[in-house]
Design a protein around this ligand. Structure first.
Ligand SMILES: Nc1ncnc2c1ncn2[C@@H]1O[C@H](COP(=O)(O)OP(=O)(O)OP(=O)(O)O)[C@@H](O)[C@H]1O
Length: 439
């Protein structure tokens, strides 16, 4: 049993790379904490500092409340699991699992008993005599887990342990690992860039970008109430629609969110209207996930946006329509690759493809260029996301809306969309959530 606390931890590598920027994070006893973020955001560096494999440049790392900055790795009661499994090819499965016990001088008989127990808990009791090369990917990962568990550590550190496996096996092992770790009650820090893994496995998720911690909370909290524009854009598939809105207050009547050619209205007696009213005359970002948008019959009254379908994407179980609604989208960079396991929907990757197509057609880079923005959030470098004309971070919005699998509409069709006003998210021009005093 171990608690971990990072206090204002910064890591600057000798070449000047700031890999981790003033991160503070607590991992409670027995908690499954997932560090989530795109490649290069500093997740592994955090893990390596907790393991004692890197020293923080500044700040403190506490294990069970004790300062551990100078504690050698072997004294930290930590077991690590890596994506490449790091098994010894010349040893059998049993010898691989028992290796840490042999190193710490445990006799052969008790060692054999503990290896057998762990192997049977992991469902690999029948392959103890095999070499790693004679195992499937999933079995190898179980052996790596077994070797971590057998020492009865106080803390598991797992760095993308499933990323070398195919998506079916990943989903299976996801459930297996989180179940096993919870059964053992061992505190765990699990690093991944895969949001599906993070949201399904974690007790709490810590989301990082460019070394800066963006948000920490339960999967429901970070998805339902993202602290920053970055987190809003990072989590979810399709990605959240993020629209620029100018705010106009009609005192005692309503607050208008002007989205370009159309507007949405928050009635004055709605508590959220008061919070948003502070931004009268300014621009904010309004976020709406696809689940907040429902196609309705033309002419339906209420909170409805009119659009025209630019194109459709068919995903088997559903179709996504991307609508032109005469609004401006705010794009967030640094979101990493596909949204979920091998699936590529909406967002940056699609925009990149569009950019390449534009380039081929016009011989120059068009409006579909990969979007770039300055860091918008966190404690680091703060820049407005709305008023930096030198950057391509705004473009005509294509509102992502879910439709049934085989919709009776096609590109060019008009579509009316009802908006669930209580599911809107609001962000200020620096990319921070506007607290609207509810939920
Ligand atoms: N030894 C090093 N020297 C200089 N820079 C480094 C070193 N190790 C990592 N970095 C840089 O620090 C940043 C964070 O790296 P880190 O490996 O922690 O990211 P990550 O989020 O785990 O990424 P990935 O998922 O690709 O492993 C990156 O910009 C990386 O290039």
């Amino acid at each position: 049993m171990t608690t971990v606390a990072l206090k204002d931890v910064t890591k600057v590598f000798p070449d000047g790379t700031v890999a981790v920027d003033n991160v503070s994070l607590d991992v409670n006893d027995g908690e499954f904490m997932v560090l989530l973020g795109p490649s290069g955001c500093g997740k592994s560096t955090v893990l390596r500092m907790v393991a004692g494999l890197e020293d923080p440049t500044t700040g403190a790392i506490l294990l069970d409340g004790e300062l551990a900055n100078d504690l050698p790795p072997r004294d930290r009661r930590i077991a690590m699991v890596f994506q490449d499994f790091a098994l010894y090819p010349h040893m059998t499965v049993g010898e691989n699992i028992g290796f840490p016990l042999r190193l710490s001088g445990v006799d052969q008989q008790p060692r054999g008993e503990r290896v057998a127990d762990v192997a049977s808990a992991l469902g690999i009791g029948d392959v103890l005599a095999r070499k790693p090369s004679q195992l499937s990917g999933g079995q190898r990962q179980r052996v790596a887990m077994g070797r971590a568990i057998v020492r009865r550590p106080g803390l598991f550190l797992m760095d993308e342990p499933l990323s070398n496996l195919d998506s079916g096996l990943r989903a299976e092992l996801r459930a297996e690992i989180s179940g096993l770790v919870r059964e053992l009650g061992v505190s765990t820090i699990y690093v991944t860039h895969d949001q599906a893994e993070a949201l399904t496995m974690a007790d709490r998720v810590a989301i990082m970008r460019k070394g800066v911690l963006q948000d920490v909370g339960t999967p429901t909290q970070v998805y339902g109430r993202p602290a920053t524009l970055y987190v809003a854009a990072f989590l979810g598939s399709p990605r959240m629609n993020l629209l620029e809105a100018s705010v106009y207050v009609h005192l005692d009547r309503y607050v208008a969110l002007n989205l370009g050619e159309q507007a949405l209205y928050l009635p004055w007696d709605d508590i959220r209207a008061r919070a948003v009213a502070h931004y009268h005359g300014e621009r904010i970002v309004v976020g709406m996930r696809a689940e907040a948008l429902t196609p309705v019959a033309p002419g339906t009254p209420g909170d409805v946006l009119q659009g025209r379908i630019r194109y459709l994407e068919h995903h088997g179980h559903e179709s996504l329509a991307f609508l032109d609604i005469g609004a401006t989208a705010i794009l967030v960079d640094d979101l990493g690759g596909p949204v979920t396991d091998g699936e590529e929907t909406g967002g940056t990757s699609r925009l990149r493809r569009f950019g390449h197509v534009m380039q081929r057609l016009t011989g120059r880079s068009g409006g579909g260029e990969a979007p770039r923005t300055e860091p918008t959030t966190g404690q680091g470098n703060r820049t407005s996301v709305l008023s930096d004309p030198g950057r391509h971070h705004r473009r005509p919005a294509e509102l992502a809306v879910r439709l049934a699998p085989y919709p009776a509409v096609s590109a060019g069709h008009p579509l009316a969309i009802s908006v669930r006003m209580d599911a809107l998210h609001f962000f200020d021009e620096r990319g921070d959530r506007i607290d609207v005093g509810w939920r």
